[in-house]
Design a protein. Sequence first.
Length: 159
Amino acid sequence: MSTAHKNLSVYNTNGLADMSEKRIAVVTAEWNEEVTFALRDGAIETIIKHGIKEENIINATVPGSYELSYGAQVFAQREDVDAVIAIGCVIQGETKHNDYINNAVAQGLTDVSLKYNKPVVFGVLTPNTYQQALDRAGGKHGNKGDEAGITALKMLSIS
């Protein structure tokens, strides 16, 4: 379902396990920071709301979305981290750079998740315009950061 028909801040919490002892790293791209920091804040608020202790959240930044895979790997390899949420925003421009970056990040995060056998959540917006990004970072379509946060918790609940 496209986000034009779904509010990203509305989700189902059925089946969530106790999260009080879990530790999550949130790795956020600094590029498009007005968007990515709003996404990060949404993810952190959501995981705290559902039981992650504030002291069990690691908050880190990387320069851009392309660097999210390495940033996620730094934390995924740690035994004291149970999941990683990668937050970024790649806006389609006049060139095809977004295709290359989005594909590399999606594959990189998948590889990290499988290599370390733990959830690595793709919280990366891939909008056509800056306004679409804002609409999905706490605007009229909710906050994809909320969706990323609840995804991490759901994936930890099946681990």
